[in-house]
Design a protein around this ligand. Sequence first.
Ligand code: IDP
Ligand code: MG
Length: 170
Amino acid sequence: MKIEELLILVKPDGVKKFLTGNILTKLSESNMIIIGSKVVKVSEKLAQAHYYHLRDKPFFNELVDYIQGKVYGDSWNMVLAFVYQGDDAISKMRRIVGATNPEEAESVSIRGSYGRITTKGLYENVVHCSSNVSEAMREIKLWFKPEEIIKNIYATKTIIVDKEKKIIWA
Ligand code: IDP
Ligand code: MG
């Protein structure tokens, strides 16, 4: 058994198209459990940090706007964030999610079924899925606080803020 965790985001295009239910149903084929979930209004800082590895790409600014939902107006500036856990979770989930380019993604995959490339060249591919264990850890720590996840998956430490104990990622 190789138990892994990963971050899944239903991106703003997935929210806007009311695909959350369909996406979660598809992901449930993996038999993974959800150990954290929330709805997030994504700040520019979080968007930039999330896509830090792509900061030199020509599409970086559009991507940062896309994950914040800026392209869809104020009603759709949100994502749904999930932490999944299970055996061989990352490769199993990546298969269900499909390739980055929605036109190259298998037609039965989530991105193949629901994604599109806009006329401006943006890959609207409906979901984010961590691609390896170290990326998953970086992303989960970025999006979730320790107390928002119901299992102890990474080391934490306790600090004192205003005389109160606070648990943060170590
Ligand atoms: P992934 O989401 O499949 O892990 P990454 O390479 O991490 O793919 O890219 C993050 C996101 O950036 C993609 O999901 C997609 O929305 C966007 N993206 C990646 N490559 C391109 C591209 O060549 N053109 C336009 N958008 C892209
Ligand atoms: Mg990636």
